[in-house]
Design a protein around this ligand. Structure first.
Ligand code: GDD
Ligand code: MN
Length: 393
């Protein structure tokens, strides 16, 4: 099997030679393998790549090619897609150019994908043996963990076997991709590939340790974080949008019921309890029907158990949130309304993640083994992520 290693670079001059040296070793014994840099650099990186490419050609090492772009359309993700378009082999491995991704794993990912009959193999920092060590600072680690959890909550089926949907290190079978359907921007190309494709891809994972940068500096910025939100918006926030609509309608009903009952002469506290009980039950029914319906048979809980978890969580959340509201307002003297607004926003995310990743979370599927008859039974195989519900156009 042959592979192309696609490496997006932006001002990575100090890392090119070392990366190619290690890739050259790793790809020895893989006939037809090559390395393709997709470069948007504004410094001398292109000439460094050209020099290394010439050295490789002279020494008969693994061939190195470069696409240099004058306009960095779509940034990192755009570069990856442009690279994938130029790949002639069946499999490609996408990896960073700063040696935070161990080159030795490139062939392992592609081989595993091919042997297991997968479409994508993700190098994950978050499964056994993996580690996000090289992410500098608690803050970036926390942002990374939370972003991954949110993405998984929005696309629980498509990402059922993916713990690290935001990694930039993965192997992909070109035949499984519809590159024209992608709308690459920012840093998160893997999420785009997994969430927007016509069909759910068969995905496996390998753990890896995210290392330290070899040289140069990181290009991840706050702006990239905002781009991530933009990307989630363009993926229409997956399931979260429907969850939000139902939650929002619930708040309206709550108030309407409270109003109607008090107009009918009921005490407002009794009316509030009834309004809450009705809203919680109706919301649960709607969420089963319109948000998580395709997951009902795939999780670990039956109806009553889901109801119990949902009601317990929402009830506890309301009590805790109110206590926190009281605490903040008493201690800081802030106006209660904006504090409540912020708390409600946080609570909404917590509720969503809890339901998506606990109450309705689909079980992981075993990767198909070579020779297994495909497709697997609906709802149970990797390909059996039968619903088209999560498809984003
Ligand atoms: N062609 C191109 N164009 N390459 C780019 C661009 C761009 O606009 N921006 C960044 N790159 C390249 C860098 O040169 C590097 O090879 C790779 O993309 C990753 O950039 P880093 O600056 O090293 O990002 P990081 O280490 O902070 O981010 C890593 O973690 C993210 C998740 O936490 C990367 O692995 C990302 O891919 C990953 O999404
Ligand atoms: Mn990096």
């Amino acid at each position: 099997m042959s592979i192309t290693v696609v490496v997006p670079t932006f001002n990575e001059g100090p890392n090119v030679a070392e990366l190619v040296r290690r890739l050259d070793e790793a790809l020895e014994g893989t006939p037809g393998a090559s390395v393709l840099f997709v470069d948007d650099s504004r410094d001398d990186t292109p000439s460094v790549i050209e020099r290394v490419a010439a050295e490789q050609a002279a020494s008969g090492g693994v061939p190195v090619r470069m696409i240099h772009r004058e306009v960095a359309d779509g940034g990192l993700s755009g570069a990856v897609v442009e690279g994938l378009r130029a790949v002639g082999t069946e499999w490609a491995v996408v990896m960073d150019g700063d040696l935070q991704h161990p080159p030795e794993l490139a062939t392992v990912l592609a081989t595993r994908g091919r042997e297991a009959g997968l479409d994508v193999v993700v190098a994950s920092r978050y499964i056994g043996g993996g580690d996000a060590g090289g992410l500098d600072g608690h803050w970036r680690r926390a942002v990374s963990t939370v972003s991954a959890l949110l993405a998984r909550s929005m696309f629980p089926l498509r990402l059922r076997n993916v713990t690290d949907p935001l990694t930039g290190f993965f192997a992909v079978r070109l035949g499984a991709l519809d590159l024209d359907a992608l709308r690459p921007r920012g840093f998160k190309i893997l999420l785009e590939i997994l969430a927007r494709g016509k069909r759910a891809l068969a995905v496996g994972e390998e753990p890896f340790v995210f290392g330290e940068r070899h040289g140069g500096s990181s290009k991840a910025t706050l702006r990239m974080g905002l781009r991530y939100l933009e990307q989630l918006a363009s993926l229409r926030f997956g399931r979260m949008s429907r969850f939000a609509i139902i939650g929002g309608m619930g708040a309206v009903w709550n108030v309407l019921i409270l109003w109607a009952l008090t107009v009918l002469g009921m005490h407002y506290l009794g009316a509030a309890v009834i309004a809450a009980a009705v809203t919680i039950s109706v919301n649960f029914a709607l969420q089963e029907r319109f948000v998580f319906r395709d997951l009902l048979g795939q999780g670990r809980f039956g109806f009553w158990s889901r109801l119990a978890h949902s009601v317990t969580f929402n009830g506890t959340e309301a009590v805790v949130r109110t206590a926190v509201l009281g605490l903040i307002v008493e201690l800081s003297g802030f106006w209660a309304v904006p504090v409540q607004g912020a708390l409600l926003a946080v609570a909404f995310l917590l509720r969503f993640v809890f339901h998506s990743q606990w109450v309705y979370r689909p079980r992981r599927t075993a990767p198909p083994r070579l020779g297994d008859a495909l497709p697997t039974p609906p709802g149970h195989g990797v390909l059996g992520a039968a619903s088209t519900d999560e498809r984003v156009q």
